[in-house]
Design a protein around this ligand. Structure first.
Ligand code: NAD
Ligand code: IPM
Ligand code: MN
Length: 347
């Protein structure tokens, strides 16, 4: 069987970590029944430079025809004032592919416990999933306006958009510890009041699971104070963006956590939680683990290749336990040397 993977390396450290991720992916699947074919396309700032726009038509078409998409990261100071920014390209891609469910698993490998900014006894055992709504809310609501003296955005949610993401969270919880925390700001926002009502309704469909609500400010505090308290967190687009960056640094760096974005039935996209890290781009010091684990998440969630995914993940955790660490984790291992170390383990 042949599967086509569209590769969007993007900007900044994107191409560096993508090279690492794809190299390791190829090695891990070389004896598998599924043969992967990789097709690179310009996206983000790189596509603005090459084609004049962040999401060229050919790139979108290739994504629509792919079996899965790997994305590095996009953006950077060079394109901040572009007519269409790389970030707008990313939002347009998510919208066009209907990727409403962004899954961001947060855990802290043993090797990284001492490197966490949170005390080891508090962070040990952290294992939760942020389920972020990705194609609606304030990122997409109209009207929006940027003037000299006034600016506004619109936070808007339709009932069915809320229902499907809450359902997704419960489905994920059913395979885990069966607890969903819905995060909102229902003491202030109308969108959150509707969100909370729908969450209660959806919970009735999942009697084996429990539902709790928490305001976003308080949830942000609890992620640092008691990160082991969570199982599945479900929340709207903007809150999910912020909370997942906060959570993703529990392992000591943004550079180790992957994410998956799913639609109802179409192609899925896999990318690190972090951005293009322009401050360290081109130096061969980026941590590629986030990208490598995004590739292994793809093997699990798009192709049901759990053995291969296990091998990749174990190799990464083992390497980190042996002290093979990139600069963000206090080590001196380069991106390419880390990749070599993982390849060696996969032999
Ligand atoms: P960032 O996530 O790129 O970087 C934040 C900090 O984390 C930086 O100090 C960076 O060096 C570090 N970091 C991130 N990933 C790392 C890795 N793999 N290894 C080592 N260190 C790592 O966030 P930012 O600086 O706010 O944004 C930079 C650009 O990325 C902006 O243009 C932003 O819009 C874009 N961005 C893109 C995505 C995406 O492509 N999905 C996500 C977030 C931000
Ligand atoms: C992310 C990023 C994006 C977002 C930006 C780059 C548009 O921060 O993927 O988390 O806010 O969704
Ligand atoms: Mn983000």
């Amino acid at each position: 069987m042949k599967k086509k993977i569209v590769v969007l390396a993007g900007d900044g450290i994107g191409p560096e970590i993508m090279t690492s991720g794809v190299t390791i992916l190829k090695k891990a699947v070389e004896n598998s029944e599924i043969a992967f074919e990789f097709e690179a396309h310009p996206f983000g700032g790189a596509a603005i430079d090459a084609k004049g726009e962040p999401l060229p038509e050919e790139t979108l078409t290739a994504c629509q025809q792919a079996d899965a998409i790997l994305l590095g990261a996009i953006g950077g100071p060079k394109w901040e004032h572009a007519a269409q920014t790389p970030e707008q390209g990313l939002l347009a891609l998510r919208k066009a592919l209907h990727l409403f469910a962004n899954i961001r698993p947060i855990s802290v490998p043993n090797a990284l416990l001492p490197l966490s900014p949170v005390k080891e006894q508090i962070v040990k055992g952290t294992d939760f999933v942020v389920v972020r709504e990705l194609t609606s809310g304030i990122y997409f609501g109209e009207p929006r306006h940027l003037g000299e003296a006034e600016a506004y955005d619109t936070n808007r949610y339709q009932e069915d958009e809320i229902r499907r993401i809450i359902r997704k969270a419960f489905e994920i919880a059913q395979d885990r510890r069966k607890h969903v925390l819905s995060v909102d700001k229902a003491n202030v926002l109308a969108t959150s009041k509707l969100w909370r009502k729908i969450a209660e309704e959806v919970a009735q469909e999942f009697p084996d699971c429990t539902l709790e609500h928490q305001y976003v400010d308080s949830a942000a505090m609890r992620i640092v104070q008691n990160p082991t308290a969570f199982d599945v967190i479900v929340t709207e687009n903007l809150f999910g963006d912020i909370l997942s960056d906060e959570a993703s640094v529990l392992p000591g760096t943004l550079g180790v956590l992957p994410s998956a974005s799913h639609s109802e039935s179409g192609v899925s996209l896999y990318e690190p939680i972090h951005g293009s890290a322009p401050d360290i781009a081109g130096k061969n010091i980026a941590n590629p683990v986030s990208m490598i684990l995004s590739a292994s998440l793809m093997l699990r969630q798009s192709f049901n290749m759990n053995d291969e995914a296990d091998r990749i993940e174990n190799a990464c955790f083992e390497a980190m336990e042996e002290g093979i660490l990139t600069k963000d984790l206090g080590g001196e291992t380069t991106t390419t040397a880390f990749t070599e170390a993982i390849l060696e383990k996969l032999k």
